[in-house]
Design a protein around this ligand. Sequence first.
Ligand code: H2U
Ligand code: ZN
Length: 355
Amino acid sequence: MEFDPREHQHTRYNPLKDEWILVSPHRMKRPWKGQVEKPSEKKVQAKDLNNPLCPGAVRGNGEVNPDYKHTFTFKNDFPALLEDVPDPGPSQHPLFRSEAACGVCEVMCFHPRSDVTLPLMTLYEINEVIRKWSERTLELGKKYRWVQIFENKGEIMGCSNPHPHCQIWASSFLPNEARIEDRSQKDYYRKHGVPMLIDYVNQELEMQERSVVHNDHWIAVVPYWAVWPYETMLLPRRHVKRLYDLNDTERASLADIMKRLLTKYDNLFEVSFPYSMGWHGAPTGDMEHIENSHWQLHAHYLPPLLRSATVKKFMVGYEMLAQAQRDLTSEQAAAKLRELPEVHFMEYNSDYCEC
Ligand code: H2U
Ligand code: ZN
Protein backbone atom coordinates (compact mmCIF):
# COMPACT_ATOMS: atom_id res chain seq x y z
CA MET A 1 0.00 0.00 0.00
CA GLU A 2 1.36 3.45 -0.85
CA PHE A 3 1.42 6.15 1.83
CA ASP A 4 -1.28 8.80 1.49
CA PRO A 5 -1.10 11.57 4.12
CA ARG A 6 -4.89 12.13 3.75
CA GLU A 7 -5.61 8.50 4.67
CA HIS A 8 -2.75 7.12 6.70
CA GLN A 9 -1.70 8.02 10.20
CA HIS A 10 1.75 9.51 10.70
CA THR A 11 3.60 11.86 13.03
CA ARG A 12 4.80 15.37 12.15
CA TYR A 13 7.55 17.43 13.73
CA ASN A 14 7.06 20.98 15.02
CA PRO A 15 10.53 22.56 14.71
CA LEU A 16 9.47 25.69 16.58
CA LYS A 17 8.52 23.81 19.72
CA ASP A 18 10.64 20.69 19.21
CA GLU A 19 7.50 18.57 19.55
CA TRP A 20 5.76 15.87 17.56
CA ILE A 21 2.11 15.56 16.70
CA LEU A 22 0.11 12.47 15.74
CA VAL A 23 -2.04 12.90 12.61
CA SER A 24 -4.86 10.34 12.25
CA PRO A 25 -6.89 11.42 9.19
CA HIS A 26 -8.85 8.14 9.01
CA ARG A 27 -10.68 9.21 12.21
CA MET A 28 -12.47 12.04 10.41
CA LYS A 29 -15.13 9.51 9.46
CA ARG A 30 -16.12 8.69 13.04
CA PRO A 31 -19.52 9.95 14.24
CA TRP A 32 -19.52 12.49 17.08
CA LYS A 33 -21.60 11.57 20.11
CA GLY A 34 -19.76 13.68 22.65
CA GLN A 35 -20.22 17.11 24.07
CA VAL A 36 -21.80 19.80 21.95
CA GLU A 37 -21.16 23.39 23.03
CA LYS A 38 -24.19 25.65 23.29
CA PRO A 39 -23.93 28.35 20.65
CA SER A 40 -23.68 31.74 22.30
CA GLU A 41 -27.12 33.20 21.67
CA LYS A 42 -26.69 36.51 23.42
CA LYS A 43 -26.82 39.38 20.96
CA VAL A 44 -24.07 41.82 21.79
CA GLN A 45 -25.22 45.41 22.32
CA ALA A 46 -23.18 48.10 20.56
CA LYS A 47 -22.85 50.02 23.84
CA ASP A 48 -23.58 48.98 27.40
CA LEU A 49 -22.54 51.27 30.24
CA ASN A 50 -22.49 48.25 32.55
CA ASN A 51 -19.66 46.81 30.48
CA PRO A 52 -16.40 48.12 31.99
CA LEU A 53 -14.64 48.11 28.59
CA CYS A 54 -17.09 50.49 26.90
CA PRO A 55 -16.42 54.22 26.43
CA GLY A 56 -17.83 56.18 29.38
CA ALA A 57 -18.27 53.07 31.59
CA VAL A 58 -16.91 52.72 35.13
CA ARG A 59 -14.16 50.14 35.60
CA GLY A 60 -13.42 47.85 38.55
CA ASN A 61 -11.13 50.46 40.12
CA GLY A 62 -13.78 53.20 39.97
CA GLU A 63 -12.21 55.06 37.01
CA VAL A 64 -14.43 56.22 34.16
CA ASN A 65 -13.27 55.27 30.66
CA PRO A 66 -12.77 58.15 28.22
CA ASP A 67 -15.08 58.53 25.24
CA TYR A 68 -12.52 56.80 23.00
CA LYS A 69 -12.95 56.67 19.23
CA HIS A 70 -10.49 53.96 18.19
CA THR A 71 -8.38 51.99 20.66
CA PHE A 72 -8.13 52.45 24.41
CA THR A 73 -5.39 50.92 26.56
CA PHE A 74 -5.35 50.80 30.34
CA LYS A 75 -3.54 48.94 33.12
CA ASN A 76 -5.44 45.78 34.04
CA ASP A 77 -7.30 46.43 37.29
CA PHE A 78 -6.72 42.79 38.31
CA PRO A 79 -3.16 42.12 37.05
CA ALA A 80 -1.35 38.76 37.24
CA LEU A 81 1.98 40.60 37.21
CA LEU A 82 2.94 43.48 39.45
CA GLU A 83 5.81 45.87 38.83
CA ASP A 84 7.37 45.81 42.23
CA VAL A 85 7.55 42.69 44.41
CA PRO A 86 10.23 41.21 46.71
CA ASP A 87 12.80 38.82 45.22
CA PRO A 88 12.46 35.18 46.44
CA GLY A 89 16.27 34.97 46.84
CA PRO A 90 18.51 32.04 45.87
CA SER A 91 16.96 28.57 45.67
CA GLN A 92 18.15 26.12 48.32
CA HIS A 93 17.67 22.91 46.35
CA PRO A 94 17.68 22.13 42.58
CA LEU A 95 14.23 20.57 42.89
CA PHE A 96 12.73 23.69 44.41
CA ARG A 97 13.82 26.52 42.15
CA SER A 98 12.19 29.90 41.94
CA GLU A 99 13.17 33.20 40.40
CA ALA A 100 12.06 36.78 40.69
CA ALA A 101 9.20 37.76 38.41
CA CYS A 102 7.79 41.20 37.79
CA GLY A 103 5.80 42.82 35.05
CA VAL A 104 2.77 44.74 34.02
CA CYS A 105 -0.61 43.77 32.53
CA GLU A 106 -2.62 45.98 30.24
CA VAL A 107 -5.96 45.67 28.48
CA MET A 108 -6.47 47.15 25.05
CA CYS A 109 -9.92 47.78 23.59
CA PHE A 110 -9.93 47.57 19.79
CA HIS A 111 -13.03 49.64 19.05
CA PRO A 112 -15.63 51.74 20.90
CA ARG A 113 -18.45 49.38 19.87
CA SER A 114 -18.88 46.04 21.62
CA ASP A 115 -20.48 44.39 18.58
CA VAL A 116 -17.72 45.19 16.09
CA THR A 117 -15.09 42.46 16.04
CA LEU A 118 -11.86 42.71 14.03
CA PRO A 119 -13.18 41.20 10.77
CA LEU A 120 -16.07 43.67 10.82
CA MET A 121 -13.79 46.68 11.30
CA THR A 122 -12.54 48.89 8.49
CA LEU A 123 -8.92 48.52 7.36
CA TYR A 124 -8.21 51.90 8.95
CA GLU A 125 -9.57 50.69 12.30
CA ILE A 126 -7.58 47.45 12.16
CA ASN A 127 -4.50 49.50 11.33
CA GLU A 128 -5.09 51.58 14.47
CA VAL A 129 -5.02 48.34 16.49
CA ILE A 130 -1.76 47.27 14.83
CA ARG A 131 -0.19 50.69 15.42
CA LYS A 132 -1.11 50.47 19.09
CA TRP A 133 0.29 46.92 19.34
CA SER A 134 3.61 48.19 17.94
CA GLU A 135 3.62 51.21 20.22
CA ARG A 136 2.94 49.21 23.40
CA THR A 137 5.58 46.61 22.48
CA LEU A 138 8.13 49.38 21.98
CA GLU A 139 7.21 51.12 25.22
CA LEU A 140 6.93 48.09 27.51
CA GLY A 141 9.88 46.44 25.75
CA LYS A 142 12.18 49.20 27.05
CA LYS A 143 11.91 47.64 30.47
CA TYR A 144 10.71 44.06 30.01
CA ARG A 145 12.19 41.05 28.20
CA TRP A 146 8.95 39.78 26.82
CA VAL A 147 5.81 41.63 25.78
CA GLN A 148 3.01 39.15 25.16
CA ILE A 149 0.06 40.49 23.20
CA PHE A 150 -2.82 38.02 23.19
CA GLU A 151 -6.51 37.97 22.39
CA ASN A 152 -8.92 35.45 23.90
CA LYS A 153 -12.02 35.58 21.77
CA GLY A 154 -15.30 33.91 22.66
CA GLU A 155 -16.75 32.44 25.83
CA ILE A 156 -15.45 29.00 24.83
CA MET A 157 -11.91 30.44 25.24
CA GLY A 158 -12.70 31.82 28.68
CA CYS A 159 -13.11 35.37 27.45
CA SER A 160 -15.04 37.20 30.12
CA ASN A 161 -16.15 40.14 28.02
CA PRO A 162 -17.59 40.31 24.46
CA HIS A 163 -16.16 43.79 23.83
CA PRO A 164 -13.35 43.47 21.22
CA HIS A 165 -10.12 43.61 23.18
CA CYS A 166 -6.77 41.98 23.83
CA GLN A 167 -4.42 41.80 26.74
CA ILE A 168 -0.76 42.73 26.97
CA TRP A 169 1.40 41.11 29.63
CA ALA A 170 4.99 42.32 29.84
CA SER A 171 7.36 40.28 31.99
CA SER A 172 10.92 40.37 33.28
CA PHE A 173 11.32 36.73 32.17
CA LEU A 174 10.87 34.76 28.94
CA PRO A 175 7.72 32.66 29.33
CA ASN A 176 8.00 28.96 28.35
CA GLU A 177 6.71 29.28 24.77
CA ALA A 178 9.11 32.15 24.12
CA ARG A 179 12.04 30.34 25.69
CA ILE A 180 11.47 27.21 23.62
CA GLU A 181 10.94 29.12 20.36
CA ASP A 182 14.08 31.14 21.08
CA ARG A 183 16.14 27.97 21.53
CA SER A 184 14.71 26.18 18.47
CA GLN A 185 15.15 29.16 16.15
CA LYS A 186 18.68 29.71 17.44
CA ASP A 187 19.63 26.06 16.82
CA TYR A 188 18.20 26.18 13.30
CA TYR A 189 19.99 29.45 12.50
CA ARG A 190 23.31 28.05 13.71
CA LYS A 191 22.87 24.93 11.58
CA HIS A 192 21.47 26.47 8.39
CA GLY A 193 22.52 30.14 8.53
CA VAL A 194 18.95 31.29 7.72
CA PRO A 195 16.11 32.12 10.14
CA MET A 196 13.87 29.03 10.45
CA LEU A 197 10.66 30.90 9.73
CA ILE A 198 12.08 32.62 6.65
CA ASP A 199 12.90 29.20 5.23
CA TYR A 200 9.45 28.06 6.27
CA VAL A 201 7.61 30.99 4.61
CA ASN A 202 9.50 30.45 1.36
CA GLN A 203 8.66 26.76 1.36
CA GLU A 204 4.98 27.43 2.05
CA LEU A 205 4.78 30.10 -0.66
CA GLU A 206 6.22 27.63 -3.11
CA MET A 207 4.17 24.60 -2.07
CA GLN A 208 0.85 26.50 -1.70
CA GLU A 209 -0.95 23.51 -0.09
CA ARG A 210 -1.18 24.99 3.39
CA SER A 211 -1.43 28.66 2.49
CA VAL A 212 -4.82 30.22 3.36
CA VAL A 213 -4.28 33.81 2.18
CA HIS A 214 -1.30 35.88 1.22
CA ASN A 215 -0.52 39.35 -0.04
CA ASP A 216 2.69 41.20 -0.96
CA HIS A 217 4.02 41.28 2.60
CA TRP A 218 2.29 38.51 4.60
CA ILE A 219 1.20 34.91 4.46
CA ALA A 220 -1.29 32.99 6.65
CA VAL A 221 -0.79 29.22 6.68
CA VAL A 222 -2.13 26.23 8.56
CA PRO A 223 1.29 25.07 9.75
CA TYR A 224 2.48 21.63 8.66
CA TRP A 225 2.63 20.75 12.37
CA ALA A 226 -0.69 22.40 13.41
CA VAL A 227 -2.31 20.96 16.53
CA TRP A 228 -5.67 22.76 16.57
CA PRO A 229 -7.97 21.88 13.62
CA TYR A 230 -7.96 25.32 12.01
CA GLU A 231 -4.82 26.72 13.62
CA THR A 232 -2.93 29.28 11.52
CA MET A 233 0.31 31.19 11.65
CA LEU A 234 0.57 34.68 10.23
CA LEU A 235 4.06 35.64 9.06
CA PRO A 236 5.75 38.54 7.27
CA ARG A 237 7.49 37.50 4.05
CA ARG A 238 10.49 39.71 4.86
CA HIS A 239 12.78 39.14 7.85
CA VAL A 240 11.15 41.24 10.62
CA LYS A 241 12.05 40.70 14.27
CA ARG A 242 9.41 42.67 16.13
CA LEU A 243 6.07 44.38 15.63
CA TYR A 244 7.64 47.82 15.85
CA ASP A 245 10.02 47.01 12.98
CA LEU A 246 7.10 46.93 10.53
CA ASN A 247 6.86 49.91 8.18
CA ASP A 248 3.63 51.74 7.23
CA THR A 249 3.09 49.63 4.12
CA GLU A 250 3.57 46.39 6.03
CA ARG A 251 1.14 47.50 8.72
CA ALA A 252 -1.50 48.36 6.10
CA SER A 253 -0.85 45.02 4.45
CA LEU A 254 -1.21 43.26 7.82
CA ALA A 255 -4.61 44.92 8.31
CA ASP A 256 -5.63 43.56 4.90
CA ILE A 257 -4.56 39.97 5.60
CA MET A 258 -6.04 40.00 9.12
CA LYS A 259 -9.41 41.11 7.78
CA ARG A 260 -9.34 38.41 5.10
CA LEU A 261 -8.22 35.63 7.43
CA LEU A 262 -10.63 36.53 10.23
CA THR A 263 -13.53 36.89 7.78
CA LYS A 264 -12.82 33.37 6.53
CA TYR A 265 -12.70 32.14 10.12
CA ASP A 266 -16.14 33.64 10.87
CA ASN A 267 -17.52 32.30 7.59
CA LEU A 268 -16.35 28.74 8.33
CA PHE A 269 -19.22 27.97 10.73
CA GLU A 270 -21.07 31.29 10.39
CA VAL A 271 -20.28 32.35 13.94
CA SER A 272 -17.95 34.88 15.50
CA PHE A 273 -15.09 32.39 15.48
CA PRO A 274 -13.51 31.82 18.91
CA TYR A 275 -9.74 31.57 19.30
CA SER A 276 -6.73 32.53 21.34
CA MET A 277 -4.18 34.43 19.32
CA GLY A 278 -0.91 36.09 20.15
CA TRP A 279 2.24 37.66 18.74
CA HIS A 280 5.77 36.31 19.11
CA GLY A 281 8.87 38.30 18.22
CA ALA A 282 12.45 38.75 19.34
CA PRO A 283 12.93 39.45 23.06
CA THR A 284 13.22 43.02 24.30
CA GLY A 285 14.46 44.82 27.43
CA ASP A 286 17.98 43.75 28.38
CA MET A 287 17.81 41.11 25.60
CA GLU A 288 16.99 43.58 22.82
CA HIS A 289 20.55 44.09 21.66
CA ILE A 290 21.91 40.56 21.96
CA GLU A 291 22.15 38.46 18.77
CA ASN A 292 18.53 37.91 17.73
CA SER A 293 18.86 37.32 13.97
CA HIS A 294 17.30 33.89 14.41
CA TRP A 295 13.94 35.46 15.36
CA GLN A 296 11.11 36.08 12.93
CA LEU A 297 7.94 37.93 13.99
CA HIS A 298 4.77 35.85 13.75
CA ALA A 299 1.27 35.45 15.19
CA HIS A 300 -0.43 32.20 16.18
CA TYR A 301 -4.20 31.79 15.86
CA LEU A 302 -5.42 28.83 17.92
CA PRO A 303 -9.15 28.15 17.45
CA PRO A 304 -10.80 25.30 19.39
CA LEU A 305 -13.68 24.49 16.99
CA LEU A 306 -13.55 21.25 15.02
CA ARG A 307 -16.54 20.43 12.86
CA SER A 308 -19.22 23.02 13.60
CA ALA A 309 -19.94 26.04 15.76
CA THR A 310 -20.75 23.67 18.58
CA VAL A 311 -18.22 20.84 18.38
CA LYS A 312 -14.91 21.67 19.92
CA LYS A 313 -11.63 19.79 19.83
CA PHE A 314 -10.70 18.48 23.26
CA MET A 315 -7.08 18.43 24.33
CA VAL A 316 -7.36 15.72 26.96
CA GLY A 317 -6.18 12.16 27.66
CA TYR A 318 -3.56 11.26 25.06
CA GLU A 319 -2.85 14.93 24.35
CA MET A 320 -2.26 15.72 28.03
CA LEU A 321 -0.29 12.60 28.79
CA ALA A 322 1.43 11.61 25.55
CA GLN A 323 1.28 14.06 22.63
CA ALA A 324 -1.11 16.17 20.60
CA GLN A 325 -3.23 14.41 18.00
CA ARG A 326 -5.38 15.68 15.16
CA ASP A 327 -7.76 14.09 12.65
CA LEU A 328 -8.12 16.60 9.83
CA THR A 329 -4.77 17.21 8.09
CA SER A 330 -3.32 20.72 7.91
CA GLU A 331 -3.67 20.59 4.11
CA GLN A 332 -7.39 19.71 4.36
CA ALA A 333 -7.97 22.51 6.87
CA ALA A 334 -6.13 25.02 4.66
CA ALA A 335 -8.10 23.96 1.57
CA LYS A 336 -11.37 24.42 3.46
CA LEU A 337 -10.40 27.91 4.68
CA ARG A 338 -9.05 28.88 1.27
CA GLU A 339 -12.31 28.20 -0.52
CA LEU A 340 -14.40 30.35 1.88
CA PRO A 341 -15.51 33.81 0.73
CA GLU A 342 -13.69 36.93 1.86
CA VAL A 343 -16.95 38.80 2.36
CA HIS A 344 -18.20 38.42 5.93
CA PHE A 345 -21.45 36.46 6.32
CA MET A 346 -22.90 39.25 8.51
CA GLU A 347 -22.66 41.61 5.59
CA TYR A 348 -25.36 39.54 3.94
CA ASN A 349 -27.47 39.59 7.07
CA SER A 350 -30.18 42.23 7.10
CA ASP A 351 -30.30 42.22 10.94
CA TYR A 352 -26.94 43.86 11.01
CA CYS A 353 -26.97 47.59 10.64
CA GLU A 354 -24.33 50.27 10.88
CA CYS A 355 -26.35 52.40 13.34
P1 H2U B 1 -10.52 38.72 29.16
O1 H2U B 1 -11.96 38.75 28.85
O2 H2U B 1 -9.67 38.43 27.97
O3 H2U B 1 -10.22 37.87 30.34
O4 H2U B 1 -10.10 40.23 29.51
C1 H2U B 1 -10.78 41.12 30.30
C2 H2U B 1 -9.72 41.73 31.18
O5 H2U B 1 -10.14 43.02 31.59
C3 H2U B 1 -9.48 40.90 32.43
O6 H2U B 1 -8.12 40.55 32.50
C4 H2U B 1 -9.79 43.22 32.91
C5 H2U B 1 -9.88 41.84 33.56
O7 H2U B 1 -8.98 41.74 34.65
N1 H2U B 1 -10.70 44.19 33.51
C6 H2U B 1 -10.21 45.31 34.13
O8 H2U B 1 -8.99 45.49 34.17
N2 H2U B 1 -11.07 46.22 34.71
C7 H2U B 1 -12.41 46.05 34.72
O9 H2U B 1 -13.11 46.88 35.25
C8 H2U B 1 -13.03 44.87 34.10
C9 H2U B 1 -12.12 43.90 33.44
ZN1 ZN C 1 5.50 31.43 18.15
